[in-house]
Ligand binder design. Structure first.
Ligand SMILES: NC(=O)c1ccc[n+]([C@@H]2O[C@H](COP(=O)([O-])OP(=O)(O)OC[C@H]3O[C@@H](n4cnc5c(N)ncnc54)[C@H](OP(=O)(O)O)[C@@H]3O)[C@@H](O)[C@H]2O)c1
Length: 288
């Protein structure tokens, strides 16, 4: 039986993984108190104490705008910590699962990005996440890096919960309509991870690498907001107008890629996984 160390158990994806990984082995789920990714000794101690055969890292510094003013901390957590986990995994002969982001790309294309496309992150968050991906790849351990996007769920901080809150507080909302992406339910990511892992008995020695893992289809933040409100009419208490705006009309510290669609063909070819569409999974999520 595998012993799985799940890092970041309270995050959106981490929370869902607690359930999906439980069918695959003994899960030891840790939070920042037990394993602080900003502290290399804490990382090493937690891994050496736990002796996992698989490390699943769902923790990250995900505050995209704040990262612009805390680049060292973001790099420690997103760029350096995954490399330390990978080194420790190598000592133990363990494998590693990690999550990456659409924000490693600059979004200047109009066709979905594949795993072969060259990253060119526009912001600190994207640069630090890319550094983490490269550190894991350089360690030469069995690994799976799942690149996902626009993650939401019913807990934590995310666009869905922000829109539902604002629909009760505001009468008008202006939402950016010129950034295109694929909103992805955190439960979908956890379930897809579980399905991949259940196929990997001798851990992914052959299939190590980066895999895009996002919902199918595409929309803008404005389109996502529209769909949230249409599917949760009882939450729309004060809101009467949703207004599409451009990125320059809503300036933020971090630049975002205008087009952040990732092709999931490799996930399908290698593991036979079809990701469901962003709007059908949004409906399922809101049904909860
Ligand atoms: N959110 C998105 O839209 C998005 C998009 C693309 C890719 N991703 C990637 O998907 C993965 C999962 O994201 P998510 O949305 O589930 O993240 P999340 O909800 O923001 O959760 C991140 C988790 O990381 C933990 N964490 C942060 N700093 C830490 C530290 N120093 N030591 C230990 N734990 C720390 C947090 O702990 P606390 O609860 O204590 O703060 C939190 O539980 C990440 O790799 C992320 O980069 C996310």
């Amino acid at each position: 039986m595998k012993r799985i160390l799940l890092v970041g158990k309270n995050g959106q994806v981490g929370w869902e993984l607690q359930r999906t990984l439980a069918t695959l082995g003994e899960v030891i789920a840790v939070d920042r108190q037990t394993m602080d990714l900003a502290n290399p000794d804490s990382i090493r101690n937690a891994i050496r104490t736990t002796q996992p055969s698989l490390i699943v890292n769902a923790a990250a510094y995900t505050a995209v705008d704040k990262a612009e003013s805390e680049p060292e901390l973001a790099m420690a957590i997103n760029g350096v910590a995954p490399g330390i986990m990978a080194e420790e995994a190598k000592r133990l002969g363990a494998a590693m699962v990690h999550y990456s982001t659409d924000y490693v790309f600059d979004g200047t294309r109009t066709l979905p990005y594949t795993e072969e496309d060259n990253p060119n992150p526009l912001n600190v968050y994207g640069k630090t996440k890319l550094a983490g991906d490269l550190a894991i790849q350089a360690a030469g351990i069995p690994h799976l890096i799942f690149r996902t996007s626009w993650v939401y769920g019913l807990r934590g901080n995310n666009f869905l919960l922000t829109i539902l809150r604002l629909a009760k507080e505001r009468d008008e909302l202006k939402i950016v309509d010129d950034q295109i992406g694929a909103p992805t339910w955190c439960r979908m990511i956890a379930e897809a991870t579980g399905q991949v892992l259940s196929q990997c008995c001798s851990p992914f020695a052959i299939n190590s690498g980066v895999y895009n893992m996002t919902a199918a289809g595409q929309t803008s933040w404005y389109g996502f907001a529209q769909a949230i409100l249409e599917n949760a009419p009882s939450q729309v208490q004060s809101l009467s107008r949703l207004i599409p705006i451009t990125t320059p009309e809503y300036p933020l510290p971090a630049l975002r890629p205008p087009f952040a669609i990732l092709s999931t063909d490799k996930l399908k070819q290698v593991f036979g996984l079809d990701m469901s569409s962003w709007n059908s999974s949004l409906r399922l999520c809101l049904d909860q």
